[in-house]
Write a protein that binds this ligand. Structure first.
Ligand code: BYC
Ligand code: FE
Ligand code: FE
Length: 472
């Protein structure tokens, strides 16, 4: 078991005290991070006392502590999950060899690229969400937003730790660049597309935490299989925090849908009273589900093949031994690919090159379960409307379906049909204006904006009228 040092300037279980050079480097980065938080984070809520969870260790059960804290005073720590000392590489070309504690030269660039890409998404999401507190539908939701934001900040710390510790001077430069790229910036945007889209209302936020944080879950899970042990253990621990982010999204969309269903059950129209019509909610789901599917990269990818071969990035739950061929050299993946004649044909791709598609399969199955849960709740409220996860071919900007038009059912369509129909499938300006008009802050304990039902329970067994955020 690792020892946790909570007294240190940067709480950690990585023995920072014994590595003065690293400690100094990170202590130099810390004020830059705080400056970034104050400038580009949820800065208008920096003076509030917020009931937040802080990671304080990695043991099962007791890993977190709840208390009131002002966000800039949050104790962003560096934690690696415990792992067996003799862990072995369990997939790819080097199977059976001991895992690495240092970065092998041949994989240095590829690993750095993966870590930087992962790290970049974390502050990006905080930037995207920075104004949302002003329209929080309740104190409960305002707290959730702040919780998600501080933890994404910690995830940035997790990646910056790896860069500083294992990548020398260029790692330190990459750490600084994390605070220089900005979401939506014309000249220096965030790396992945979805992290440059605005999130300025709570429908976007709950869709993002449902679908985009869930991409985070699958990417982190595949990095948690890595042969580079520090990366595996860091991402393993990040997953414990991620569960709450996805729950925030799933519950948020579920509560908005339930509120609309309640209004409809009484024979009234959600659109007439500032609630969200369900077909409109479906369009936001379509937008964020498809944008999040793009985050898996191309379905046929040599990058993915090399990351797998090198043992840098495995499949979802690779270490559970659920795959027949841990080297993935024998099999092919049947991929549906559009050809130039506008037909979708099946192509056999060597399995290693299809690793992004394999991970996307696991993701789609997971999203399908979430949508089914929303639908069960709608049924329970005597509502006929049912949500549908858009087909993975719909509205894609990355991978083999990019550049073609598909409807949400996954049928290929021509440009004219797209032009005519897309406003029924993706949020239109009118939708955005309407949703914006519904966003009204509700800061009274136990009260909720009209478009959203209360949650069934609060975090850490708190009652729903708990004063999650103290305004002074
Ligand atoms: N947008 O070979 P390809 C999270 C680029 S979310 C823009 O097909 P590859 C979180 C790609 O970089 C999880 N560019 O894909 C959630 C490549 O460019 P280069 C984040 C894209 O490399 C919520 C080129 O296109 N973690 O944690 O096999 C809140 C060809 O790509 C996109 C990770 O992403 C895109 N969507 O796979 C907070 C894990 N997709 O290199 C946090 C680390 C692809 O030719 N990253 N491109 O210039 C990876 O594993 C891989 O980089 C990707 C792409 C899965 C993203
Ligand atoms: Fe994260
Ligand atoms: Fe997250």
């Amino acid at each position: 078991m690792s020892t946790v040092d909570l007294e240190a300037k940067i709480p950690n279980n990585v023995g920072l005290r014994d590595n003065k050079r690293l400690m100094r480097a990170l202590e130099k980065w810390q004020p830059q991070f705080i400056d970034w938080w104050k400038e580009l984070g949820p800065s208008d809520f920096n003076g509030h006392d917020i009931y937040l969870r802080t990671a304080v260790g990695v043991g099962k059960g007791g890993w977190a502590h709840f208390d009131y804290v002002k966000m800039p005073d949050y104790r962003w720590g560096i934690f690696l999950a415990d792992a067996p000392e003799d862990r072995k590489i369990h997939f790819g070309d080097s199977m059976g060899e001991p895992v690495w504690n240092e970065v092998p030269g041949e994989f240095r660039n590829r690993l750095r690229r993966l870590i930087v890409t992962q790290g970049d998404t974390e502050p990006a999401s905080v930037e995207q969400q920075r104004m949302l507190g002003h329209t929080a539908p309740s104190l409960h939701d305002l707290r959730s937003l702040c919780q998600v934001n501080v933890e994404e900040g910690r995830h940035l710390w997790a990646m910056v730790y790896l860069l500083h510790t294992h990548f020398g001077g260029d790692g330190r430069e990459e750490a600084e660049a994390m605070l220089e790229r900005h979401s939506g910036d014309d000249d220096n945007p965030r790396i992945l597309e979805a992290f440059n889209y605005p999130i300025d209302n709570w429908v976007d936020f709950f869709c993002f935490t449902t679908f985009t944080d869930r991409d985070g879950k699958y990417q982190l899970a595949s990095l948690a299989e890595s042969s580079f042990d520090p990366l595996a253990r860091t991402t393993q621990f990040m997953l414990t925090e991620e569960a709450y982010h996805m729950q925030t999204g799933e519950n948020g969309i579920g509560r908005i849908a339930r509120r609309s269903a309640e209004i409809m059950k009484e024979g009234r129209d959600p659109a007439a009273e500032g609630a969200i019509p369900l077909p409109m909610l479906q369009r936001y789901i379509n937008h964020w589900a498809s944008a999040s599917m793009d985050l898996f990269g191309g379905e046929d990818s040599t990058n993915a093949a090399e990351s797998f071969a090198g043992g840098l990035k495995g499949r979802y739950r690779e270490s559970d031994g659920i795959y027949k061929d841990p080297k993935a050299l024998q099999q092919f993946y049947k991929l549906e690919v559009p050809n130039d004649d506008g037909q979708v044909v099946e192509k056999e791709v060597p399995l290693r090159r299809a690793m992004n598609a394999v991970l996307l399969d696991a993701y789609v199955a997971d999203c399908t379960r979430i949508v089914a849960r929303w639908n069960r709740d709608l049924k329970a409220h005597e509502c006929d409307f049912q949500f549908k996860l858009p087909n993975r071919k719909f509205n894609r900007h990355q991978g083999v379906y990019a550049g073609f038009r598909f409807n949400p059912q996954g049928e290929i369509i021509d440009e004219a049909t797209w032009t005519h129909e897309h406003k029924n499938w993706l949020p239109s300006q009118a939708d955005r204006d309407y949703v914006k008009s519904c966003m009204k802050a509700c800061y009274e304990p136990g009260k909720f904006a009209n478009y959203i039902a209360p949650p069934t329970k609060g975090p850490n067994d708190t009652p729903i009228d708990f004063e999650y955020v103290k305004f002074h």
